[in-house]
Design a protein around this ligand. Structure first.
Ligand SMILES: Cc1cc2nc3c(=O)[nH]c(=O)nc-3n(C[C@H](O)[C@H](O)[C@H](O)COP(=O)(O)OP(=O)(O)OC[C@H]3O[C@@H](n4cnc5c(N)ncnc54)[C@H](O)[C@@H]3O)c2cc1C
Length: 412
């Protein structure tokens, strides 16, 4: 039996690609190394833009988010509220969300095998053999292995994206206490005393809150010291961390940058494996799904043309550059440089929030940073058009400090 398409990795990227290719009538097999319902270390915040691909039913989207809280060392909680539907989002457990997406792919006609870890590939006259617990054959492969498939990627002669690490735990807290203490808000902390990178979060779900920190070379002790941080310590006092797969505290990487060439003959790489995550707030579910959709569409074209060669699949890369890089990631990298490589992270956040108090368009841009209701390109333009005001808010000495990062950001 030769499948038309084998997708390796049953996260949001792989499941979305499987759904789309199966809907078009292809013989699709989705392989997932983990067991059904595996835990995935993720804060689980998704903007409503995810409904571009599938609805998010009540129960899967465990808590609807209607605002956010930004914390820096100088300014206490800075709140924002989202009133429009396009600015809403959800916080959920990836166990439920990923299973929901895989079930949709199944209903669309894809076959799914859990507990299958692909070990290597062999390219033989017109087919790819996916080797694992058994040999499976297909015409084309989509690699959606997140950052767990680095060895596989390298064995294909393909690049692995650079990455940064997150450490996180889920605290069990009764629903009413979460509503009272965190509200339906995502909490983001910007403070370089937490970690060199300076970003941490508390994302409330229905009966649990994901609390985590992120940074290159981040240590458990950084995470533990964040648990004593103001606005966190009191809220989790006496609360237990939930246990998943024998662990209370989990660590996982997030990619920092797109790889240069996410295709070769008969193979396309999507999602985290391709480096699609957004390095401002480090979210990657939407982007993984978008890349999955684009790769599945190109697979369908290549199938009709019976051409899975490198040239044919390079059209996936073109679409990725057009829809994800040019509108989003190109500007995310600029904003990333300004925030995380200027030495002024907290000051820029404070200045932007204080400008937003009297400038509705700036407030909308700040909200959109969390909710994706505007593209990163649009947010960058709004910020640039106010650079004089920003410099005034930052003060002369800070602004001089900003110049190298500004030049680097403008060059990208
Ligand atoms: C601490 C942390 C917090 C985060 N918070 C958010 C957030 O709030 N919002 C957001 O949007 N993003 C968040 N992210 C990022 C998000 O988790 C990823 O961007 C997203 O999961 C990428 O989806 P994916 O489908 O590409 O890969 P994954 O979700 O990683 O899925 C890959 C799948 O492939 C499987 N696999 C790996 N190797 C093999 C193999 N050889 N054979 C078969 N299967 C294999 C894995 O078991 C896994 O299920 C967070 C990440 C971290 C680490």
């Amino acid at each position: 039996m030769v499948y038309d398409l084998i997708i390796v990795g049953g996260g949001p990227g792989g499941a979305t690609a499987a759904m789309i290719a199966a809907e078009k009538g292809s013989k699709v097999l989705l392989l997932e190394a983990g067991k059904e319902g595996r835990y995935k270390c993720c804060a689980g915040g998704i903007p409503v833009t995810n409904e571009e691909f599938t609805p998010i039913p009540h129960g899967v989207g465990e808590r609807e988010m209607t605002g956010g809280v930004i914390v820096t060392p100088k300014s206490g909680p800075m709140n924002f509220d989202t009133t429009e539907k396009k600015d809403k989002g959800f916080c959920m457990f990836r166990t439920d969300f990923d299973k929901y997406l895989v079930d949709i792919a199944c209903n669309a006609g894809a076959e799914v095998t859990y507990g299958f870890r692909a070990k290597s590939f062999e390219f033989k006259s017109g087919v790819v053999v996916v080797k694992g617990p058994q040999d499976l054959r297909c015409k084309c492969v989509i690699l959606a292995t997140g950052l767990g498939g680095a060895r596989l990627q390298r064995s294909l002669g393909m690049e692995v994206p650079p990455m940064i690490n997150g450490i996180q735990a889920e605290f069990a807290i009764p629903e009413s206490a979460i509503t009272g203490q965190f509200g339906n808000r995502v909490w983001e902390f910007f403070d370089r005393t937490i970690s060199e990178h300076g970003i941490a979060w508390a994302f409330p779900k229905r009966e649990a809150v994901s609390i985590g920190v992120l940074g290159r070379g981040i240590k458990i002790r950084d995470f533990k010291s964040f648990l004593r941080y103001p606005f966190i310590k009191d809220k989790i006092e006496g609360r237990e961390m939930k246990v998943f797969g024998c662990h209370k505290i989990w660590a996982a990487p997030i990619p920092d940058k797109l790889i240069a060439k996410p295709y070769r003959d008969r193979v396309m790489i999507i999602g985290d494996a391709c480096g699609t995550a957004d390095p401002i707030l480090y979210e990657g579910i939407y982007q993984a799904r978008l890349s999955g959709k684009l790769a599945a569409e190109i697979f369908c074209k290549a199938y009709e043309e019976e051409d899975f060669g490198e040239n044919s699949l390079s059209r996936y890369h073109n679409l990725l550059l057009m829809h994800l890089y040019e509108e989003e990631l190109r500007y995310s990298y600029k904003i990333h440089t300004l925030l995380y490589h200027s030495g002024l992270l907290e000051k820029i956040i404070n200045a932007a929030y204080s400008m937003a108090q009297e400038d509705p368009e700036m407030m909308q841009a700040m909200i959109a940073m969390f909710t994706r209701s505007k593209t990163r390109k649009k947010i960058w333009k709004i910020m640039l058009s106010r650079k004089r005001k920003l410099i005034k808010h930052l003060g002369i000495s800070s602004s001089l400090h900003l110049i190298p990062a500004l030049f680097r950001a403008l060059r990208i």
